[in-house]
Ligand binder design. Structure first.
Ligand code: NAD
Length: 475
């Protein structure tokens, strides 16, 4: 049965000013599902104004009290995990086990930043006996959070938990393809965890009609955006006019480098995971697999064999789900064609699978790929890997860095000195050695180059959600 969802503004559900609604779709069948409110600038204004009213009392709360509410949100996410998982799996198409992993990570963001809320502090600065100078870290005010569809709850927790922990209030815009779990989270936070009304609001709808007015609203003091380079650039222009700070978490075409001294029993399954996790719809996916010449043939055969064994999920267990949107389904197919035109050879996949219904694509391994091909340079956001050989460390680093992106990179080697040496020369925000991906809520994450700027996760994110004030007192 289809449910119709409204915005969540100032602690309650509110219908859209336009009275219009958008369909969400079930990626496992392609059929229309629930409806979400089609927001516009009036809805954005109502939410931002509510967040502005809520700001004063929220930032005046003791940090330990804010933290306690975030810890309660974490507890409630875990207590309601089966319901969140079911909805997230329905909206994104991902297997329930994958959804469970991401819902748990969302809980961990609230737990981590809830615990850190009272730990943030400033410094005293020595200026001699006649002065007392010190810094404090203050929230920006109302923060706009704009999210993509690939890991909705996980990415929401990543941005919203640190923003709230330090005393900001939030107006969040989920992807129009996967909006519902965020509405449920906001309702639960206010109704059950004791978050004051207006501190966390959600406006649904598309990028032009909701995202742009959100970034452009005069009371929004910072934007945290996760999504494509295209949208990041458009948002950056509005933010530049308004002189507000941005965190941009954008796309990637990350290298995954396998040296001849790697343990292939780990590197082969690890490299499969690097590009098939979440059906390849992961910003940090290792989609350029660079393999040392001396093991290229053996590694390619073993990788192909392992990829042939990758199963479609039954909806419950790990395995490939469908891609989440029809546009993404079309995009992966477009790249099958581009690869063929460019002369790459599919060792596995390269065409749609023999599976009826839904937006399912094949895990695909291409060989004979040149670093100059579009296949090696453009983000596909599906389970497609481009294999390329390299001679030595120097060439591996050159190919790895020959990209406009710089989100993540993987290295497989048993030589510790090489691991550190190569890691130091790769232009990327996160480097994984002998596992892909690695890290947790504690490890700062974000891009070099066109993969964005600012950092989410870890202690560092708290600095991106606060601004420093320095007070100098003449004694
Ligand atoms: P997208 O940029 O199309 O949309 C992301 C969000 O921005 C959506 O909520 C959308 O409605 C909104 N939006 C679109 N145009 C806008 C505009 N002009 N102004 C304001 N808002 C706008 O991206 P997507 O298709 O949802 O997600 C896939 C992309 O996200 C990939 O490039 C992927 O690599 C990237 N991504 C990055 C990270 C990261 O942490 N770096 C994580 C996940 C996804």
């Amino acid at each position: 049965m289809s449910i119709t969802w409204n915005h969540f503004i100032n602690g309650s559900f509110a219908p859209p000013a336009s009275s219009a609604y958008l369909d969400e779709f079930n990626p496992k069948t392609g059929d229309a599902g629930d409806k979400i409110a089609r927001g516009n600038a009036d809805d954005v204004s109502a939410a931002v104004e509510a967040a502005q009213v809520a700001l004063g009392p929220w930032k005046a709360r003791k940090p330990i009290e804010r933290g306690r509410i975030l810890l309660e949100i974490a507890r409630l996410i875990r207590a309601n995990a089966p319901a969140f998982c079911a909805k997230e799996a329905e909206e994104t198409g991902k297997p329930l086990k994958m959804a469970a992993f991401e819902i748990e990570t969302a809980a961990q963001y609230f737990e981590y930043y809830g615990g850190l809320a009272p730990a943030l502090h400033g410094e005293t600065i020595s200026m001699g006996p006649n002065y007392h100078a010190y810094t404090t870290r203050e929230p920006f005010g109302v923060i706009g959070v704009i999210l993509p569809w690939n890991s909705p709850m996980n990415q929401a927790g990543r941005a919203i938990a640190p923003a709230l922990a330090v005393g900001n209030t939030v107006v969040a815009k989920p992807s129009e393809f996967t909006s519902i779990t965020l509405l449920q989270l906001a309702e639960m936070a206010v109704e059950k965890a004791g978050l004051p009304a207006g501190v966390f609001n959600v406006i649904t709808g598309n990028g032009k009609e909701v995202g742009e007015p959100l970034v452009g609203h005069p009371l929004i003091r910072k934007v945290a955006f996760t999504g494509s380079v295209r949208a990041g650039r458009e948002i950056g222009k509005i933010a530049a006019d308004r002189i507000i700070p941005l965190t941009l978490e954008l796309g990637g075409k990350s290298p995954n480098i396998v040296f001849e001294d790697a343990n292939l029993d780990l590197a082969v399954p690890g490299s499969v995971m690097a590009f098939t996790l979440n059906t390849g719809q992961v910003c940090l996916a290792g989609t350029r697999c660079l393999v040392q010449e001396s093991i290229y043939e053996e590694f390619s055969e073993r990788l192909a064999e392992a990829v042939r064994k990758v199963q479609f999920s039954d909806g419950e267990n790990f395995g490939l789900g469908p891609v989440t949107t029809k546009a993404q389904y079309d995009q992966v197919q477009r790249y099958y064609g581009i690869a063929q035109e460019e002369g790459a050879r599919a060792l596995v996949g390269g065409e749609l699978p023999d599976k009826v219904g839904g937006w399912y694509v094949s895990p695909t391994v291409y060989t004979d790929v040149k670093p100059t091909m579009r296949l090696a340079r453009e983000e596909i956001f599906g389970p497609v890997v481009a294999l390329m050989p390299f001679k030595d460390e120097k060439e591996a680093i050159t190919i790895a860095n020959d990209t406009e992106y710089g989100l993540a990179a993987g290295l497989w080697t048993s030589n510790l000195a090489r691991a550190h040496r190569v890691a130091a020369q790769i232009e990327a925000g996160q480097i994984y050695v002998n596992e892909y991906p690695a890290g947790g809520v504690e490890t700062p994450f974000g891009g070099f180059k066109q993969s964005g700027y600012g950092r989410e996760k870890g202690l560092e994110a708290l600095h991106h959600y606060t601004q420093t004030k320095t007070t100098i007192v003449r004694l």
